[in-house]
Design a binder for this molecule. Structure first.
Ligand code: UGA
Ligand code: MN
Length: 304
């Protein structure tokens, strides 16, 4: 009887101790929980990658309308930083106005092509890569740990899903189809069992990466882990710069993540290599031997 009483007393004591411990533990857990919302960034959180679009641009009659179309497209995309590099010594106010109206974070700088470089945006993209490497945290901002770099020329036609469904999900090197390029209607990676084995292209198919600039994007970490830039020539690309850049970044065909190949037919093209034709400006006096004066713009801004 005595031992029973002792045991009961002891049991109550143990129970009390356990209850106290549970209460203290819960209280300290509450304290450990921050009162502000915590931004969780995990492997699966693709949507948080910052898209960095690099666009070389230069003065021509159709540049303002080309840039306007591109700006209208990009302004639909969240978490995008647009880097525009003017092939000139100065930036152009009319271009800056277009950029301002997108409400996107952007960097607009002027770097005129130096001697030795082809005048096709190569030097401008090189300057953009250098800018990205030395201003990474400023471009990413506090909400982004990862980024993807895409070279989007100012004259192509972009489906917004190119950014939201393809580019945003690039872990290393993403590649997809491009319409109206390389002397044919479509260039695309040849995908077998989810892997890229070759390229369905007419022009220079033997290149390690037979892809137009519009047809790939690389994760920011690939850019930061190399010092690859656009050189002054690319022999391996038959003159085109894409394969040299990607090879110099240390990439192999096995690194390619193909996008948009899943369906057997009616596959969609999300970027088109279009070119706005230069308008035929009628001269005011055809028979005059004198140099024609610039056309009257009636006070409107035209890059004539
Ligand atoms: C094709 C590819 O789509 C380009 O990405 C590639 O750089 C080029 O070939 C090449 O062979 O190097 P394509 O459509 O023929 O380009 O060339 P453009 O669209 O006229 O130029 C490519 C980019 O460079 C454009 O964003 C354009 O504005 C810019 N660019 C062009 C300059 O900054 N300066 C120039 O003098 C010419
Ligand atoms: Mn082009």
């Amino acid at each position: 009887m005595r031992t029973m009483n002792k045991l009961r007393k002891y049991g109550i004591y143990v129970l009390f101790c356990m209850l106290l411990f549970a209460m203290v533990f819960q209280f300290s857990a509450d304290l450990r929980q921050p009162s502000y919302p915590v931004f969780k960034l995990s492997e699966g959180n693709m949507t948080n990658r910052m898209i960095i679009v690099v666009t070389p641009t230069y003065k021509r009659m159709t540049r303002i309308p080309d840039m306007l179309r591109m700006a209208n497209t990009l302004s639909h995309i969240k978490d995008l930083h647009w880097i525009i590099v003017e092939d000139g010594n100065k930036t152009v106010p009319a271009v800056r106005d277009i950029l301002e109206r997108t409400k996107l974070p952007y960097t607009y700088m002027g770097h005129k092509t130096i001697l030795g470089y082809p005048r096709r945006g190569w030097y401008q993209r090189t300057m953009a890569l250098k800018y990205i490497r030395s201003n990474t945290s400023q471009i990413l901002g506090k909400d982004h740990e990862e980024g993807v770099v895409y070279f989007g020329d100012d004259d192509n036609s972009y489906d917004t899903r190119l950014f939201t469904e393809y580019i945003r999900n690039v872990k290393t090197l993403g590649i997809w189809a491009v319409g109206l390029v390389g002397g044919t209607v479509v260039e695309a990676p040849k995908v077998v069992g989810g892997k890229v084995t070759a390229f369905n292209v007419k022009w220079n198919p033997k290149r390690r990466f037979a892809v137009d600039m519009a047809g790939f994007a690389v994760n920011l970490k690939v850019v930061l882990n190399s010092d690859a830039v656009f050189g002054t020539a690319c022999k391996r690309g038959g003159g085109a710069p894409e394969t040299c850049l990607l090879e110099d970044m240390g990439l192999e065909r096995e690194d390619i993540e193909p996008f948009g190949y899943e369906k057997d037919k009616d596959r969609e093209i999300l970027v088109w290599h279009t070119k706005t034709s230069t308008p035929n400006i009628v001269k005011s006096n055809k028979n005059s031997t004198k140099k024609a004066p610039p056309p009257d713009t009636f006070g409107y801004f035209v890059e004539a």
